[in-house]
Ligand binder design. Structure first.
Ligand code: SF4
Length: 70
């Protein structure tokens, strides 16, 4: 999955917090409980990070997905 980025669709987020459990260094929740990609998250290739992979796979609403940048 190299070169892929994580797309965060806040409109789909239901605030379950599962992504924080899987990858707390990458995902946070705003004051309303919706997901946000942390601005100080490590910049290494997300697609090879097992924690981020788990977060995308376990997100119950499909708010997290992989996409290839243009
Ligand atoms: S796991 Fe998905 S639905 Fe839950 S907070 Fe994270 S992005 Fe939102």
């Amino acid at each position: 999955m190299s070169d892929l980025e994580v797309r965060v669709d806040r409109d789909l987020c239901v605030g379950s917090g599962q992504c924080l459990i899987s990858a707390a260094d990458y995902f946070g929740q705003d004051i309303e409980g919706y997901v946000e990609l942390l601005p100080d998250a490590p910049t290494a290739d997300l697609a090879t990070n097992e924690e981020v992979q788990e977060a995308v796979e376990k997100c119950p609403s499909g708010a997290l997905s992989w996409h290839r940048p243009d």
